[in-house]
Design a binder for this molecule. Structure first.
Ligand SMILES: *Cc1c(COP(=O)(O)O)cnc(C)c1O
Length: 338
């Protein structure tokens, strides 16, 4: 049995999803004439109670477009030091938008309103202008930690009072919402823009959606084209996204549950020194010497289990649609044996 815990991006379309893709009605989306892309965008915008949405090839692109539209060169983006926007987008904020980042050292990737307030710079000729705050929910490098609406509300209020935009990197937002039971609409009210990934836990092969006001999305469409992200018969991919939202959203709860069960086993293993709190479908833990992340992963691979190194002693597991109950039992059996 091949078991892949590298990421929730490794999933293949389910038979139902494949069927939906094959049957998609398509057109040229650069001309706004792909009915399936239009349907996906309308569906997601309405889910979040926003005016408009934009289908993009990746979550990196949706985040980068948001930074570009919300900022001017010489502005700065306030975010946690673990943020995807800072860590894993090739420094694109500087390249695409000519902005800097002002990093907050939060808790498992999460920041508080007080921390954001302290990070906002006064206005002087010699300082960058604090223009945009980016929150990540769930936070990947934070071990899949999530914010509740209660925690976001004061940050949203602060941004409005101080005239900063607030963007949500919600690549795995639904992994959080199935835990908290909160509605996407309530999330929509707190942010100027939101990015969600269809290609992570939701199980679509490609795609992310950027959500915001009509004016924001009008500008975002132009930036997407400039970045080379205007796709033609993208409806085949959008159909997978619609199918994922309709059929594969509630089941994210299973991924979260399986991660928690594995986390509980890791917690009691003598070769593990720390397991970050397991809140959703990501597990980050440290292995003790003589193991290193590399040697531990090498060992796991002899049992057909693949995962990612996340530091010299740190390993990441991500559960997903193609990681079954049977695979979970096998992983637990192997972890107990090591
Ligand atoms: C995966 C991910 C993204 C976007 O990644 P792409 O691979 O470009 O789609 C953005 N933010 C977070 C937190 C992610 O995990």
């Amino acid at each position: 049995m091949e078991i892949n815990l590298i990421s929730d991006t490794v999933t293949r379309p389910t038979p139902g999803m494949m069927q939906a893709m094959l049957q998609a009605e398509v057109g040229d989306d650069v001309f706004g004439e792909d009915p399936t892309v239009n349907a996906l965008e309308a569906k997601v915008a309405s889910m979040f109670g926003k005016a408009a949405a934009l289908f993009c090839p990746s979550g990196t692109m949706t985040n980068q477009i948001a930074v570009k539209v919300h900022t001017q060169p010489l502005d700065e983006v306030i975010c946690d030091e673990y943020s995807h926007v800072y860590q894993y987008e090739v420094g694109g904020y500087a390249y695409n938008s000519g902005v800097g980042v002002n990093l907050i050292r939060g808790t498992h990737g999460k920041v508080t309103a007080a921390q954001v307030a302290a990070a906002i710079k006064p206005v002087h000729d010699w300082l960058p202008i604090s223009r945009l705050v980016v929150l990540e929910n769930t936070c990947n490098k934070g071990g899949g930690s999530y914010y509740t609406l209660e925690e976001i509300r004061p940050i949203s209020r602060l941004c409005r009072e101080r005239g900063l935009y607030l963007h949500l990197d919600g690549a795995r937002l639904f992994n959080a919402l199935v835990e908290t039971g909160e509605a996407p609409q309530a999330v929509g009210e707190l942010f100027d823009s939101i990015s969600i990934c269809l290609s992570k836990g939701l199980g679509a092969p490609v795609g992310s959606v950027l959500i915001g006001s009509a004016d924001f999305i009008r500008q975002a469409r132009r930036v997407r084209k400039a970045m080379g992200g205007g796709m033609r018969q993208a409806g085949f991919l959008a159909a997978a996204g619609i199918y994922a939202l309709d059929h594969q959203l509630e089941r994210l709860k299973e991924d979260n549950e399986r991660a928690k069960k594995i986390g509980a086993v890791l917690q009691e293993r003598p070769y593990v020194s720390d397991v970050r709190p397991v809140q959703t479908n990501i597990l980050i833990f440290d292995v003790k010497p003589p193991y290193t992340a590399e040697s531990f992963l090498q060992k796991l691979s002899t049992y057909g289990i693949k995962a990612s190194p996340f530091g010299p002693q740190t390993v990441r597991f991500v559960t997903h649609l193609d990681f079954t109950e049977e695979m979970m039992e096998r992983v637990i059996e192997v972890l107990r044996k090591l």
